[in-house]
Design a protein around this ligand. Structure first.
Ligand SMILES: Nc1ncnc2c1ncn2[C@@H]1O[C@H](COP(=O)(O)OP(=O)(O)OP(=O)(O)O)[C@@H](O)[C@H]1O
Ligand SMILES: [Mg+2]
Length: 505
């Protein structure tokens, strides 16, 4: 008899159906797994054998063959343990094969027959719901699976609970969806930032339109502090975005237990991050920081300290909103539509332009330091702000700034205007930063004076076509923060251009 248990494999965020076929036949006593298993899958054998032994079952002294079909898709990870064990139990006629074939199954087994949590339960649940099947997953992932749609979910603690449920001697209740609370409290409140009006305004525009921002200033001027305020002024994820982002985090194993992500992700990798850590990939493709920052913020502090090749690898995802990882045997795509926020010192000593503090090599050292960031990468930055330090003597005298909550209200209002405008044009976009050049002509008509200013700036700042479009997008966002007039006025464009630099120094 051949038992057939459905499970899944993951290629990027794509879910591929896999059938675990188990056959018990006569011949030499053996237990083999075929169908391109990786090391973790091959080791399944020992965990499954151990788990069945813990239940007081021993494997029949026959030839046991497990085939993971289709045979040419590489299988990675430990979530095949549970379907293999269930397949064996069906082949041994302990569980009903026909009934078990109605569930997509995934989970890792311990030697004591506990079912351990695995990555990717949310996309697997969505896949099962789409195909009219139920889902069997670890108990700890049950509340994640609930978000997958309207499907039957069995989330047992261990193999025995599952067997008892199927046999009808115990009833497993459907797991509950955990409701996460309001905005996370990890971010710094903008009220703590004193002065820095230009940078605060740039931060607000960035948040409202989903733009990229670079802050440049001496040490201790508050750049990292202001960047950490950003999560507090960003709007929450829409239900559709929430599912999309949670799916990626589910695959990476970074989804908080029991729920969907409601807040926009904020990722701030250290500058020693490697290329696969940032962009994704590695021997076993995994989402990188840019994909974990999907629909949220990627903050690169001390930008020039990042490895040059790592920084250059951001160029393509910044344009396409996707990370494409090519391997000899497979191509994997992860969504990576993020806002880039970066901070840097103007030179190695950090005090360029300050006659009291700058080093003797200025301005030559600044040129060397800043040349670590390539022109094409800088071209993708929409807003550039200088962050001069607030004099220490004034810090205590200055009043507290506007709190994050009220800035967030303006940002949410501006984003709503953008969403409605896109909807009226039949587009499913969220922010101005996503609008293509063609769409810009429809959503951001320029007043003649605004066009004039932009034309002159293009000439003097030698703006590229990309920068030209980016300036119109920023101007559109500034106008949206100003009530959302249909036509972009000259002062909106002038402000947008004030955040543009041809070169850093
Ligand atoms: N405008 C400000 N208002 C209130 N506090 C400030 C301000 N600027 C700096 N600080 C204080 O200085 C500390 C250091 O700031 P921060 O770490 O953001 O500097 P930075 O610009 O990132 O420096 P570096 O270039 O060395 O990374 C902050 O945590 C805060 O306590
Ligand atoms: Mg800093």
């Amino acid at each position: 008899m051949v038992a057939c248990i459905p499970t899944v494999s993951f290629q990027g965020v794509e879910v591929k159906p896999i059938e675990v076929e188990v056959q018990i036949s006569g011949g030499i006593v053996a237990f083999t797994i075929v169908g391109l298993p990786d090391k973790a899958v091959a080791e399944s054998r020992e965990r499954v054998r151990g788990a069945l032994h813990a239940l007081g079952l021993s494997l029949p002294a026959k030839r046991l063959t497990v085939n993971l079909a289709p045979a040419d898709t590489p299988k990675e990870g430990s979530h095949y343990d549970l379907p293999i064990a269930i397949g064996l139990l069906c082949a041994m006629e302990i569980l009903p094969g026909a009934e078990m074939a109605n569930y997509v199954t995934l989970g890792e087994l311990s030697l004591g027959a506990d079912i351990r949590s695995v990555n990717g339960v949310l996309p697997a649940a969505m896949h099962a719901a789409e195909h009219g099947k139920g889902l069997i997953c670890p108990e700890s992932c049950g509340s994640e699976a609930v978000w997958g749609g309207d499907l039957e979910i069995l989330a047992p603690k261990d193999l025995l609970q599952l067997i008892n449920h199927i046999k009808g001697t115990q009833v497993l209740t459907r797991p509950h969806a955990e409701q996460s609370g309001g905005p996370s409290s990890i971010y710094t409140d903008l009220a703590n930032v004193k002065g820095q009006e230009t940078a605060r305004r740039a931060l607000e525009i960035t948040a409202a339109g989903g733009h990229n921002l670079l802050m440049n200033g001496p040490p201790g001027s508050g750049k990292s502090m202001m960047a950490s305020c950003l999560p507090g002024i960003l709007p929450p994820l829409s239900p559709r975005e929430s599912l999309e982002v949670s799916m990626i985090h589910s695959l990476a194993g970074t989804l908080p237990e029991g729920g969907l992500l409601r807040e926009r992700p904020y990722r701030d990798p250290h500058y020693s991050a490697s290329l696969p850590a940032l962009v994704g990939g590695g021997a076993k493709p995994k989402p990188g920081e840019i994909s974990l920052a999907h629909r949220g913020v990627l903050f690169l502090d001390e930008l020039p300290e990042f490895d040059r090749r790592t920084l250059e690898s951001l160029r393509q995802p910044l344009e396409t909103g996707q990370a494409l990882i090519a391997r000899a045997n497979q191509h994997v795509t992860y969504p990576a539509d993020f806002q880039l926020i970066a901070a840097m010192n103007p030179c190695r000593c950090g005090h360029l332009g300050d006659p009291d503090l700058e080093c003797t090599r200025a301005p030559r050292c600044a040129g060397e330091y800043q040349s670590k960031i390539s022109g094409p990468l800088l071209d993708r930055i929409d807003l550039y702000v200088d962050v001069p330090p607030v004099p220490v003597t004034e810090l205590s005298a200055l009043p507290h700034g506007e709190p994050s909550a009220s800035v967030r209200e303006r940002v949410i209002a501006a984003r709503l205007l953008q969403k409605k405008r896109f909807e009226s044009l039949g587009e499913s976009l969220e922010t101005n930063a996503e609008a293509s050049g063609v769409l810009l002509e429809k959503i951001a008509p320029l007043a003649p004076a605004a066009q004039d200013i932009l034309n002159k700036a293009t000439e003097t700042l030698k703006l590229s076509a990309r920068a030209y479009h980016r300036m119109i997008r920023v101007a559109r966002t500034i106008a949206d923060l100003d009530g959302g007039p249909e036509i972009i006025a000259a002062h909106h464009m002038a402000e947008a251009l004030s955040y543009r630099r041809p070169r850093l120094i």
